[in-house]
Write a protein that binds this ligand. Structure first.
Ligand code: SF4
Length: 314
C-alpha cells in the first residue's frame, strides 16, 4: 500500500485583519440599516465571500452612479480615490469606507511626500483598485512602476525631489529589486523600504517560501484564492519560483486530480481574502482522492485586529 499523501497547511494563511474588518462592516451595516446595502467594487477579491454577502442583501456595483440616492454605501477594502469619496459626499450618500487601515496609511504617506514637494512613485500594478485609490489620494505629481524595466523608463530629472510608496500586497522579492533599481537611479529617493507591504502579505509569503523552498519540500503547492486577488497570485508565484508546480484555485472544484500524480507532499495555503471553509473543502477533496495525513506548518501567530468604524461598533 502506498504511503499517505502528506498535506502541509501553511501558517499563517487566509483572512487578514483588513479582510475580517471589511466583511464585518458589510454584515454589521446590513444588520443595522437593513438590506440592501450597496458595495462599490468587490468588498474583497473572493467570489465565495461576495456571494455570501449578496445572499444577505448586499448589492455590488462598479461605480457610484449605480447606487440609488440615499442608499447606504460601502467602499471596498482596497480603498478609493478622493474623487469617489467626493462624489459620495456631493450626492449625500450615507457611506462607510471599509479601506484597510494599512492601505489608508499608504495614502497618508503618499500625500505627506507630495506636501513636502516630492514627486511620488507608486510601486504597484496598473488597474488594481488599490493602486487607483492610492493614486487618486495623492495630490501632486505621481508615477506608477510595476517592474525594474519601468524604473529605467521613468522620465524624471535626476535632481527632482522624489519619494516612493508601495501597494500593500506585492511580492517582497520583486519589490526589493524595484526599490534597489530606484535607489540606484535616484540615490536621494525617500521611501519606506518594504514596510508598506502589509504584515499579512509578508507573513503569507514567508509561509509559502517555507513550504516550497524550505525543509518541508512540498512537491505541489495549492493556493486557494481569487484569480483577481493580488496577494493570492503572489503566493502562487513564490511556489513556482521555488521550482514547485503551484496552482491558484478558487475552491476544491479547481483541484485537478492529475496534479497529484507522483506527489508525496502537498502544501496548501490561502490568500488573505479566502475563507477557511474553502481550505477545509480542499482538504476534504484531497482526502477523497488519496489517504491523507494533514500537518500544520509552524509559523507566525497573528494577533492584528482593526476596530470597526464608530457607527458600527456595538
Ligand atoms: Fe489590509 Fe494587508 Fe489584508 Fe490588504 S492584505 S486588507 S493591506 S491586512
Amino acid at each position: 500500500m502506498s504511503a499517505p499523501l502528506r498535506v502541509i497547511l501553511a501558517q499563517p494563511r487566509g483572512f487578514c485583519a483588513g479582510v475580517d474588518r471589511a466583511i464585518a462592516i458589510v454584515k454589521k451595516a446590513l444588520a443595522k440599516y437593513g438590506a440592501p446595502v450597496y458595495v462599490r467594487h468587490e468588498i474583497v477579491h473572493n467570489k465565495f465571500v461576495v456571494d455570501e454577502l449578496k445572499s444577505l442583501g448586499a448589492i455590488f456595483v462598479k461605480e457610484l452612479d449605480e447606487v440609488p440616492d440615499g442608499a447606504h454605501t460601502i467602499f471596498s477594502a482596497h480603498g478609493v480615490s478622493d474623487a469617489v469619496e467626493d462624489e459620495a459626499k456631493r450626492r449625500a450618500l450615507p457611506y462607510i469606507d471599509a479601506a484597510c487601515p494599512l492601505v489608508t496609511k499608504v495614502h497618508r504617506q503618499g500625500q505627506n511626500h507630495a506636501d513636502q514637494g516630492e514627486e511620488v512613485i507608486l510601486i504597484g500594478h496598473e488597474g488594481h483598485p488599490e493602486v487607483e485609490g492610492t493614486l487618486g489620494r495623492i495630490h501632486g505629481k505621481t508615477h506608477l512602476v510595476a517592474t525594474v524595466d519601468d524604473v529605467a523608463k521613468l522620465d524624471i530629472a535626476l535632481d527632482t525631489p522624489l519619494a516612493y510608496v508601495t501597494q500593500t500586497t506585492l511580492s517582497v522579492d520583486d519589490t526589493r529589486s524595484i526599490i534597489d533599481a530606484l535607489t540606484e537611479r535616484f540615490p536621494h529617493i525617500q521611501g519606506p523600504d518594504l514596510k508598506d507591504i502589509c504584515y499579512a502579505t509578508q507573513n503569507r509569503q514567508q509561509a509559502v517560501r517555507d513550504l516550497a523552498c524550505g525543509d518541508q519540500q512540498a512537491d505541489l503547492v495549492l493556493v486557494i484564492g481569487g484569480k483577481n486577488s493580488s496577494n493570492s497570485n503572489r503566493l502562487r508565484e513564490i511556489g513556482a519560483d521555488c521550482g514547485v508546480p503551484s496552482y491558484l484555485i478558487d475552491d476544491a472544484d479547481g483541484l485537478n486530480p492529475a496534479w497529484l500524480d507522483d506527489v508525496d507532499t502537498v502544501g496548501v495555503t490561502a490568500g488573505a481574502s479566502a475563507p477557511e471553509i474553502l481550505v477545509q473543502g480542499v482538504l476534504d477533496r484531497l482526502a477523497e482522492l488519496r489517504d491523507t495525513r494533514v500537518e500544520v506548518l509552524t509559523g507566525i501567530e497573528e494577533s492584528m485586529h482593526f476596530k470597526l468604524p464608530v457607527e458600527l461598533r456595538d
